[in-house]
Design a protein around this ligand. Structure first.
Ligand SMILES: Nc1ncnc2c1ncn2[C@@H]1O[C@H](COP(=O)(O)OP(=O)(O)OP(=O)(O)O)[C@@H](O)[C@H]1O
Ligand SMILES: [Mg+2]
Length: 363
């Protein structure tokens, strides 16, 4: 449905050039919810605006719905209006001097459709976002969530096969954002459109996406399903950016069956999750929610350590501990009802399938 290859964009000239994106490539399948995720300035908006034709890339190719809309090699630049896309931005851009219906009808005006048909399509689009019967209302009287719905309705009214969304929920408060997140995903599935979504919010990306491209400094560092990125990240950057995690500089000791034996700052352990080719510098990724705490026990075994509770932070749903093991402090999150006190000795178990080895120094 959408193909991007070798996409680069440099801003400025001469000595003050800034690379917006470098050699970005990805394919998006029909009906897929695809997300560009990364910290501020990593090139998400530049990529999306290039897809939309609002930015002219320095190099690369873009194909949308079977049609090449940009190619530096073949000198092709298709204007925004002729690309099979619709867009939703961070600012809702709902026009205050119009009614809700006029706002949503706007993209259809240029198509010179009969008024009755426009009315029908506007009503349908409003119904899809839960604003049925509100076409005649003046736009300024809307809440943030309603404005965002109007912006969505305006984007879907054209029936474009590809929907581009740039942080559309970031102006909403936390609760509304979560609700709109669910609605957006449901709507996208229902109308079967392909969505390219931009966010710096990892939780939003995980809950919405079929696949996520993680970006850093203008490049895609990893592209995978939310589940893979969370349970088996392949880079230190992804491990740190998605979810909370501790990353430890480590060393490979050898192999034992399917396990990799690793020397970590808090002792030797087995990992069942590691790359096929190991580089000289490796790091161990352990998520605080994957460590089990128990009463101390005399019998050892692999991936079992003993430590002392150094800090306790209770937040209702979770208890977060800092556990002193050897010379290190391990973060542990526990949902169990059992509350350990500062100074208590505990046994920690790090399941081998949750001990993730990635190439690269912990940094
Ligand atoms: N019009 C511009 N002129 C010069 N540099 C730009 C321009 N637009 C973006 N850049 C630069 O390109 C890089 C990528 O910017 P971009 O807006 O794509 O980042 P982003 O990932 O969308 O960030 P954010 O999460 O803050 O929106 C940044 O270094 C930025 O400073
Ligand atoms: Mg941006």
């Amino acid at each position: 449905m959408l193909r991007v290859a070798g996409l680069s964009k440099v801003y400025g000239q001469g000595r003050s050039v800034i690379a917006g994106v470098k050699d970005v490539a990805f394919d998006v399948k029909p009906g897929e919810f695809f997300t560009l995720l990364g910290p501020s300035g990593c090139g998400k908006t530049t990529t999306l605006r290039s897809l939309a034709g609002l930015e002219q890339p320095s190099a690369g190719e873009i194909e949308i719905n079977g049609k090449t809309v940009f190619s530096s090699a073949r000198d092709i630049i298709v204007p925004t209006a002729q690309r099979d896309i619709a867009m939703v931005f961070q600012s809702y851009a709902v026009w205050p001097h119009m009614t809700i219906g006029e706002n949503v009808a706007f993209p259809l005006e240029a198509q010179r459709l009969p008024p009755a048909q426009i009315r029908k399509r506007v009503e349908d689009a409003l119904a899809m976002v839960g604003l049925e019967g509100m076409a005649a209302r003046p736009a300024p009287l809307l809440s943030g969530g309603q404005q965002q719905r109007v912006a969505l309705a305006r984007a879907i009214v054209k029936g474009a096969p590809v929907l581009l969304l740039d942080e559309p929920l970031s102006n909403l408060d936390a609760k509304l954002r979560e609700q709109m997140r669910r609605e957006l995903r449901e709507l996208q599935r229902r109308i079967g459109t392909t969505a390219i979504y931009v966010t710096h919010d990892q939780e939003e990306a995980l809950s919405l996406s079929d696949r996520i491209a993680v970006m850093q400094r203008g490049e895609i560092v990893e592209l995978d399903t939310p589940h893979q990125l969370y349970y088996a990240p392949r880079t230190v950057f992804t491990a740190r950016f998605i979810g909370q995690t501790d990353v430890w500089p480590s060393r490979v000791l050898g192999r034992s069956g399917e396990a990799l034996l690793v020397e970590s700052p808090f002792g030797q352990l087995r990992s069942h999750c590691y790359p096929e080719t190991l580089e000289a510098a490796i790091s161990l990724v352990v998520r605080p929610e994957h460590i089990d705490l128990a009463e101390p026990a005399p019998s050892g075994g692999s991936n079992i350590f003993h430590g002392t509770i150094a800090q306790v932070a209770f937040s209702g749903r979770l208890v977060e501990y800092l556990v002193r093991v050897a010379e290190t402090n391990l973060r542990v999150q526990s949902t169990s009802g059992k509350l350990w006190e500062t100074g208590a000795t505990v046994r920690l178990r790090l399941p081998p399938e949750r001990c993730i080895v990635v190439n690269g120094a912990a940094g």
